[in-house]
Design a protein around this ligand. Structure first.
Ligand code: SF4
Ligand code: SF4
Ligand code: SF4
Length: 275
């Protein structure tokens, strides 16, 4: 019974995704949703299961399974622009399909439940950036978060202008926007990682999606909490955090609280199991 309880999180995770999969399959009459969310649910559950088994690369396995599927299969092979421009495109055309559903589940309403789990386990940009050498930032955080509002605005203006100018074949433009956008994200992300000695510098300062992710994850149900009775204030957790979160403070207003990507590095490194 105790053994079964231990594996409850991956089972619950799979059930949540399966509920979304079946609901969308039946309401949208499209088998793709059953396949898509079942695959993502299985990938996430495998990662959680491996984490429980204390496998070092558990999170990276999920990140590669989901990230590559989204980048290569959905983006390049199936021509679905899942970047923010794709979201605006489907939103402006009034179509509640792949990209809009993806944003609603992973980046707008999902974070109320699982915070920025997307950033830790599924994002194909971070999937590459996490291979770089600066897993723990080597320089203090900079006050450059305002850049994200510029990139966010640029994405709406870009897609809005295409609609206003009544440009033909926007779907094709969206495909190329996805390819060029990703190349730009990777180039800027890698350059920033080396310049700031921080793999996640792109996430902290540039990524437009954080404009959705940060406010929604403020209310996250799943979040890292500190047991003050056990904590000896050794500070190890903060030293290994890639996002500079003060996870020893349990308040929702804690320093960089909406930056937590649930990577579990702090949990794994706490010598007192206080997190
Ligand atoms: S902040 Fe942006 S680039 Fe970074 S992991 Fe999240 S969605 Fe991906
Ligand atoms: S690593 Fe654990 S014991 Fe040390 S400060 Fe963090 S929560 Fe407290
Ligand atoms: S180390 Fe802990 S607080 Fe920092 S991002 Fe990972 S899970 Fe969140």
């Amino acid at each position: 019974m105790k053994e079964l309880k231990k594996y409850l999180p991956p089972i619950i995770m799979l059930l949540v995704f399966e509920t979304v999969a079946v609901t969308l399959w039946l309401t949208k009459h499209n088998l793709f949703y059953l396949f898509n969310f079942t695959y993502i649910g299985l990938s996430v559950s495998v990662g959680v299961f491996l984490f429980i088994k204390k496998y070092k690369y558990a999170r990276r396995i999920t990140q590669l399974l989901v990230g590559l599927y989204m980048l290569v299969y959905l983006g390049i092979i199936s021509n679905e622009n899942m970047q923010i421009e794709g979201f605006w495109y489907y939103l402006f055309t009034g179509v509640f399909e792949a990209a809009t559903i993806h944003y609603a589940v992973a980046k707008i309403f999902g974070p109320i439940l699982f915070g920025r789990g997307w950033c830790g386990y599924a994002c194909w940009t971070a999937m590459v950036l996490d291979f770089l050498p600066y897993k723990v930032p080597e320089k203090p955080r900079k006050k450059l978060g305002w850049i994200r509002y510029l990139t966010f605005t640029a994405s709406v203006v870009f897609v809005g202008a295409l609609f206003l100018a009544k440009v033909g074949n926007i779907e094709r433009i969206m495909f190329w926007a996805f390819i060029i956008g990703n190349i730009l994200y990777y180039a800027v992300g890698i350059m920033l990682a080396f310049a700031f000695k921080d793999n996640r510098a792109f996430c902290k300062y540039i990524c437009p999606i954080t404009v959705f992710l940060k406010p929604m994850s403020y209310f996250a149900l799943i979040r890292i909490k500190c047991d003050k009775e056990k904590c000896i204030s050794c500070g190890k957790c903060k030293r290994v955090c890639p996002m500079n979160v003060d996870m020893t403070d349990n308040s929702r207003k804690r320093e960089n609280g909406t930056e937590c990507i649930l990577c579990m590095e702090c949990v794994k490194n706490c010598p007192k199991d206080a997190l």
